[in-house]
Design a protein around this ligand. Structure first.
Ligand SMILES: [Zn+2]
Length: 86
């Protein structure tokens, strides 16, 4: 789903001291949507429009997506997504 984005890693290096949240997708029920831990906006990992969030980092483990770091467009919080199912 999101893995084809891994090569367009843009250097979005804004030095902010925003808190980093971690979401374990393996513990989320349903279709994988979750609320932003800071502002509560609904985030869907399958949403590729970047209206709600922006992908800032992708970490692969072999062929599989291991970790995804996104930034909420509403409150600018960084959210680390772990627990992707292979
Ligand atoms: Zn937010």
């Amino acid at each position: 789903m999101i893995r084809q984005r891994q090569k367009e890693k843009e250097p979005r290096m804004k030095q902010t001291n925003q808190e980093m949240f971690t979401i374990d997708l393996a513990r989320i029920e349903g279709n994988g949507d979750f609320p932003c831990p800071n502002c509560g906006v609904s985030i869907s990992p399958d949403d590729q429009t970047e209206n709600v969030y922006t992908i800032v980092d992708t970490r692969m483990k072999g062929e599989d997506l291991e970790e995804l770091t996104i930034q909420c467009n509403k409150c600018r919080s960084k959210i680390r997504l772990v627990g992707f199912q292979p």
